[in-house]
Design a binder for this molecule. Structure first.
Ligand code: ZN
Length: 246
């Protein structure tokens, strides 16, 4: 499947190998996990893997070392910091890509999309949120993001379009999150891909847009924000992972 997707021109990036929360791993285990995933994907596709997204967006202030490891392992962008459900008055800024300075080099951070509803940044970037909202709502959110000049960044696991998967027991909230609207998601995704055009993320961090983006997030000293500045100030809410069934 990975090979077929790559042959069709889709960018293949990494979600790690073992799908463990980043902050529950040691730096050494995390390095092994991302290295293994990257190597397997590169062997399959013959192309460099540039991007990474952590399971349940688990790069947080407790695991900021992860960004340096991603740089060292050859990733040029990350999309694991999902700042949502907080008060904000500049929604388009919240959705901008930004470059972070780590101790071993720079990495682009690509936030999954949020829209501002009554002063709060509501996550609309896919997964459980895409399954929860009716398609008309997702389409309206996307049009709003386009209107404010933001890039829409979303995600979906393969299991989220598989209504025939085995049913497991677990806490009711996990079961609700996991099985919600599985039967409707493929059709919604088809409509999304018909109504809008998408492109590989690697293009968004290697194009002419980059210079404009670079100037948006300089810190008080005129330099790039450091990992700890991003993770302690930008990520204002404590991370609590969404629990799905294993
Ligand atoms: Zn995942």
């Amino acid at each position: 499947m990975v090979k077929a997707l790559a042959n069709q021109g889709h960018e293949i990036a990494s979600h790690g190998y073992g799908h463990e929360l980043v902050y529950s791993q040691s730096p050494k285990l995390f390095r092994n996990d991302v290295r293994r995933a990257k190597q397997i994907l590169e062997d399959l596709t013959g192309m460099a893997v540039l991007g990474y997204r952590a399971p349940s967006f688990s790069i947080s202030s407790q695991s900021q070392w992860a960004l340096s490891i991603l740089v060292e392992e050859g990733h040029t962008y990350d999309s694991s910091i999902y700042n949502r459900f907080h008060r904000c008055h500049n929604s388009s800024q919240e959705n901008e890509f930004f470059e972070i300075e780590t101790s071993v080099g720079k990495i682009w951070e690509i936030p999954p999309s949020t829209v501002n509803i009554m002063g709060i940044q509501i996550p609309v970037a896919g997964g459980g949120y895409f399954r929860l909202f009716p398609y008309a709502a997702s389409k309206a959110f996307l049009n709003r993001l386009q209107g404010q000049g933001s890039t829409f960044v979303m995600y979906l696991h393969p299991w989220e379009i598989d209504p025939g998967q085995p049913r497991m027991e677990g806490p009711w909230l996990s079961k609700f999150r996991h099985y919600l609207n599985l039967g409707k998601t493929q059709k919604r995704l088809d409509r999304l891909l018909t109504d809008f055009r998408f492109r590989p993320l690697r293009e968004a961090v290697s194009s002419e847009e980059i210079d404009r983006r670079k100037s948006l997030f300089l810190n008080a000293n005129g330099g790039l924000p450091k990992a700890h500045e991003i993770l302690t100030h930008r990520l204002k809410v404590d991370h609590s992972p969404e629990t799905y069934l294993p």
